[in-house]
Ligand binder design. Structure first.
Ligand SMILES: [Zn+2]
Length: 313
């Protein structure tokens, strides 16, 4: 494991820069020039009811993660500079906390940590729409889904198709993508919900966020998955970004991919979309820093943040 690499990224250039080792998890990845604003995006995915750190006898990640460490990290980073905290879905399922409390503990924890927004993964429907709606009463942050149509269901009033947040004076547009439920979600648990084509819906929402809302940053929370070499029918965030212009960053989820650093995907017009997924169970938090000047991104950098004993100094 070589966690802790910082990879400078240039928005409209594929020029590769050598990774530089970063110091503390709290240290900004970019130094803004005069007139620039630094924005940090922290993100998780597939936390799967992992409230406590992983057990000491875990073969791969003993005593890593845990919501207490994540809360401390977020608090420290927020003290440094404007920060937004998002999640790409599959908050539920994986430990007895979910079986006993049906999502209450997960959403209460995320509320206390200070999440700004999250989207829905297939496992968030494991107890059906009614129980998910009930659990969401314990979440004090926004749930965003751009391609699940909840009209006529109890989730209609709770889930937004997109979100605009102003952080550090910068307008950030957020959208959320859910996976095709076929074969993944029991139809009974998805009753009344319509799955809409992610490419079509993303094109529409990005246009709205750019042209109407005038967002400087457009960020997706996606549970489509990450497929570097997709097999037949596999369609994930790289394949999406290759077809849709105007997405700056996708916080990816679903495939439980432990990426060491973000990747760049070329969009149809030749610019780059950053994609990052941080495995599962809250072992890691992803961090992307952008500098913005006059509503335009001037630089981006990303790294993996490792939550273990001593990693927060
Ligand atoms: Zn998952």
């Amino acid at each position: 494991m070589t966690a802790g690499l910082s990879v400078p990224l240039a928005r409209s250039s594929s020029v590769f820069q050598w990774p530089v080792p970063a110091a503390s998890l709290v240290t900004p990845l970019l130094q803004p020039f005069a007139g620039e604003t630094l924005i940090t995006i922290l993100h998780t995915n597939d936390t799967h009811s992992q409230i406590d750190p992983l057990p000491d006898n875990d073969k791969s990640y003993p005593n890593k993660g845990g919501v207490a460490r994540r809360a401390t990290l977020v608090k420290f980073v927020r003290k440094e500079n404007p920060t937004i905290l998002i999640d790409a879905g599959d908050v539920f399922q994986g430990t007895p906390y979910f079986n006993f409390y049906k999502g209450e503990v997960e959403y209460k924890s995320m509320s206390m940590i200070g999440y700004d927004a999250g989207t829905l993964g297939n496992h968030d429907f494991d107890n059906g729409v009614d129980d998910l709606t009930a659990a969401l009463k314990f979440a004090n942050f926004d749930i965003v889904s751009t391609n699940y149509d909840f009209r006529g269901t109890p989730l209609e009033a709770r889930v937004k198709p997109y979100l605009v947040r102003v952080v550090g004076g910068i307008k950030i547009g957020l959208f959320g993508l859910g996976i095709n439920p076929e074969g993944l979600i029991t139809p009974e648990n998805f009753k009344g919900v319509k799955y809409l084509d992610p490419v079509r819906m993303t094109r529409g929402v990005v246009k709205l966020l750019r042209e109407q809302e005038r967002c400087a940053l457009v960020v997706g929370m996606s549970h489509l998955g990450y497929y570097e070499n997709p097999r037949e029918k596999q369609f994930g965030d790289s394949q999406l970004a290759a077809q849709v212009d105007g997405i700056d960053f996708i916080a990816s989820g679903h495939t439980h991919t432990f990426m060491q650093k973000p990747v760049l995907q070329k969009t149809p017009s030749g610019s780059d979309t950053i994609i990052f997924q941080v495995g599962k169970s809250g072992i890691y938090v992803g961090r992307i820093d952008f500098t913005v000047r006059d509503g335009k991104i001037t630089a981006g950098a990303g790294r993996l943040l490792d939550l273990r004993d001593g990693s927060l100094g």
